[in-house]
Design a protein around this ligand. Structure first.
Ligand SMILES: NC(=O)c1ccc[n+]([C@@H]2O[C@H](COP(=O)([O-])OP(=O)(O)OC[C@H]3O[C@@H](n4cnc5c(N)ncnc54)[C@H](O)[C@@H]3O)[C@@H](O)[C@H]2O)c1
Ligand SMILES: O=P(O)(O)OC[C@H]1O[C@H](O[C@H]2[C@H](O)[C@@H](O)[C@@H](O)O[C@@H]2CO)[C@H](O)[C@@H](O)[C@@H]1O
Ligand SMILES: [Mn+2]
Length: 443
C-alpha cells in the first residue's frame, strides 16, 4: 500500500486535532508518509501544530515527517492529498452573519439563508486561490474540500475549474446522521448503505440498507417516532444545540414522512420556530467560540505543557474518519460508497444537469461514480429548485459583482422570503463584509 503525503489546509482549524486522531485510528486504511500543515495564520496554526507534534510522537512514530508552514511552495510540493478546511473571516464573521440575520427576524445560521450567502461570498475567492496554489505545486493531488458553505463553494469551483477532475467537495452531516441510525440498529456506520439525494445541507435519505441488502428504513423511522432521535458522534453527543437539532428530525418526519431528512432542513421548513429559539447575544458562533474552540485550545495547551498525550482526552470523530475513508477509497480504488457533492448530469433525472448535488457515489481512483437517483417527487424537487436558484445567484453575484442578484437570492431563500427584509439584511451584510466581499455594482 503506497503511503500518502497529506497537507491539511487551514490547519489551525478547531477540527484538526480530531482529524489527527482519526488519521491515527484509520492508519491501516490510509497510511501516511508525511503530514504537512498549512495556514495563513501562523499563530493559530502553531498552537495546534505543537500539540499535534506531541500526539504524533506518541501515536504515529512510523510517520516520516510532520511539518507546519505558511509557505505555499513548501506546503504543497509533493502532496498526494490536500484536505481543505478554511474559514475566511473566522468565527468572528460567522457571529456577525448570524446576528445580522436574526436582528431582521431571519434564521441566523452558518451555512443557511443570509449567513450562508455572506459566508459563501467570503469563501469563494480564497478557495479559488487555494486550488490554484495547490495545483501549481501538486498538479495531481486530490483536493478534498470541507470548507463551507460547501454548496456555494462547490458551485464556484465547478465554474472556475471545469476540467479539474480531482477536486471533491464533501460534508460530514449525512455521515453524522448515519452514525445515529447505526446506533439505533446496533450496527457500525460502515455497515450501512445509504440512498440519498439533494443539495448540500438540503437533502433526504430515501432508504438505508445493510451490506446484505436488507432494507432498514422502516426500522429507523419507527425508532425515531417511538424513541426520538439523538446525536451519537463523539464531537456532538453532549452538545445541547445539536441535541435540539436532532430532536427536530422527529417533527420533520411526522410532517413529511416519506423520507428521512437531513437535519439542516429544519431551517427551511420551520424558519419562524428557529428564529424564536435563537438569542442574538448567544448565537451558534458564540457557543462555538466559548465551547469547541476554547476546549480545543485548552487541550492543545495541556498537550504542549505535558509533552505527552497520556493524560489528554482525545477522541476520534466522524468528521475526520469520513474524510479519511473517502480519501482511502480514492487512493486505493476500493469503490466504497460515500455521499459526496458532484455535478448532476442526469443523476437526478428531473433536475438541471449543472446542479451540484449531494448523492451516493462509488469512489474509485478514477473519481466518484455516482449512482442514478432517477425522478424525484414534486415537493422535494420544488424545494431543491428554489434553493439551487439561490445558490447559483450567489455565485453569479460574486463573479458579476451584482447587488441585484443578491437581493434576488435572499428573496428566493425560504429563510427570508420578504423582499424589503432581504434588502435590509443585504445592506447590513455589505457594511460588515467590506473587507471580504467584492465591491458590488448598482443597487
Ligand atoms: N463540510 C462539512 O461538513 C464541514 C464540517 C465541519 C466544518 N466545516 C468547515 O471547516 C472549516 C473550518 O472550520 P473551523 O470551525 O474549524 O474554523 P476555524 O476558524 O477554527 O479554522 C479555520 C482555519 O483556516 C485558516 N484559514 C483561513 N483562511 C485561510 C486561507 N486562505 N488559507 C489557509 N488557511 C486559512 C484560519 O487561520 C484557521 O486556522 C469551515 O469552513 C467550516 O465551515 C465543514
Ligand atoms: O455549529 P457547529 O460549528 O458546531 O457545526 C457546524 C457544522 O455542522 C456539521 O458538522 C458537524 C458534524 O456533522 C458532526 O459529525 C461533528 O463532527 O460536528 C460537526 C459540527 O460540530 C456540518 O456538516 C458542517 O458543515 C457545519 O460546519
Ligand atoms: Mn456540512
Amino acid at each position: 500500500m503506497k503511503k500518502q503525503n497529506l497537507v491539511v489546509v487551514g490547519s489551525g482549524s478547531t477540527y484538526t486535532i480530531g482529524m489527527i486522531m482519526s488519521l491515527i485510528e484509520e492508519k491501516k486504511h490510509f497510511p501516511l508518509r508525511t503530514i504537512t500543515f498549512y495556514d495563513t495564520n501562523a499563530e493559530r496554526q502553531e498552537k495546534v501544530a505543537k500539540a499535534t507534534e506531541v500526539i504524533l510522537k506518541d501515536k504515529y512514530p512510523e510517520l516520516e515527517s510532520f511539518t507546519y508552514t505558511t509557505d505555499k511552495k513548501e506546503a504543497f510540493t509533493g502532496a498526494d492529498f490536500a484536505f481543505v478546511q478554511i474559514r475566511t473571516g473566522g468565527l468572528a464573521m460567522r457571529e456577525k452573519d448570524e446576528q445580522i440575520s436574526l436582528r431582521h427576524g431571519a434564521v441566523g445560521q452558518e451555512t443557511c439563508g443570509p449567513g450562508g450567502m455572506a459566508y459563501g461570498l467570503r469563501s469563494i475567492g480564497d478557495m479559488i486561490d487555494v486550488v490554484n496554489d495547490v495545483r501549481k505545486y501538486a498538479p495531481d493531488a486530490w483536493i478534498l474540500n470541507y470548507t463551507n458553505p460547501a454548496a456555494i463553494v462547490a458551485e464556484a469551483l465547478r465554474r472556475e475549474f471545469p476540467d479539474d477532475e480531482k477536486i471533491l467537495n464533501i460534508c460530514d452531516m449525512p455521515a453524522a446522521i448515519m452514525v445515529s441510525y447505526a446506533k439505533i440498529l446496533g450496527k457500525e456506520i460502515w455497515d450501512l448503505v445509504p440512498e440519498y439525494f439533494g443539495l448540500n445541507h438540503f437533502g433526504w435519505f430515501t432508504d438505508i440498507y445493510d451490506k446484505e441488502g436488507n432494507r432498514l428504513t422502516d426500522d429507523i423511522k419507527r425508532a425515531i417516532k417511538d424513541d426520538g432521535f439523538l446525536p451519537e458522534d463523539a464531537e456532538i453527543v453532549n452538545d445541547p444545540s445539536w441535541i435540539k437539532t436532532f430532536k427536530q428530525v422527529e417533527t420533520m418526519l411526522t410532517d413529511f414522512p416519506d423520507y428521512l431528512p437531513n437535519t439542516y432542513l429544519q431551517y427551511y421548513l420551520y424558519p419562524s420556530q428557529m428564529v424564536e429559539k435563537e438569542d442574538v447575544k448567544n448565537t451558534r458562533a458564540r457557543q462555538v467560540i466559548n465551547g469547541r474552540e476554547k476546549r480545543v485550545h485548552e487541550l492543545c495547551d495541556q498537550l504542549i505543557s505535558d509533552g505527552t498525550s497520556e493524560n489528554a482526552e482525545l477522541e476520534v470523530d466522524i468528521h475526520g474518519c469520513y474524510m479519511i475513508r473517502v480519501a482511502a477509497s480514492l487512493a486505493y480504488n476500493t469503490g466504497d460508497t460515500f455521499i459526496v457533492i458532484v455535478e448532476n448530469n442526469g443523476i437526478i433525472s428531473n433536475l438541471q444537469d449543472d446542479a451540484m448535488v449531494e448523492v451516493p457515489a462509488a469512489l474509485t481512483s478514477g473519481g466518484p461514480k455516482p449512482f442514478a437517483v432517477g425522478e424525484i417527487p414534486t415537493f422535494e424537487k420544488g424545494l431543491i429548485e428554489g434553493q439551487l436558484a439561490f445558490e447559483k445567484l450567489v455565485v453569479d453575484a460574486w463573479y458579476e459583482k451584482d447587488y441585484k442578484k443578491l437581493l434576488q437570492a435572499l428573496t428566493l431563500n425560504r429563510t427570508v422570503v420578504d423582499a424589503p427584509r432581504a434588502r435590509k439584511i443585504l445592506d447590513d451584510l455589505i457594511e460588515e463584509n467590506k473587507d471580504y466581499w467584492p465591491e458590488l455594482s448598482s443597487k
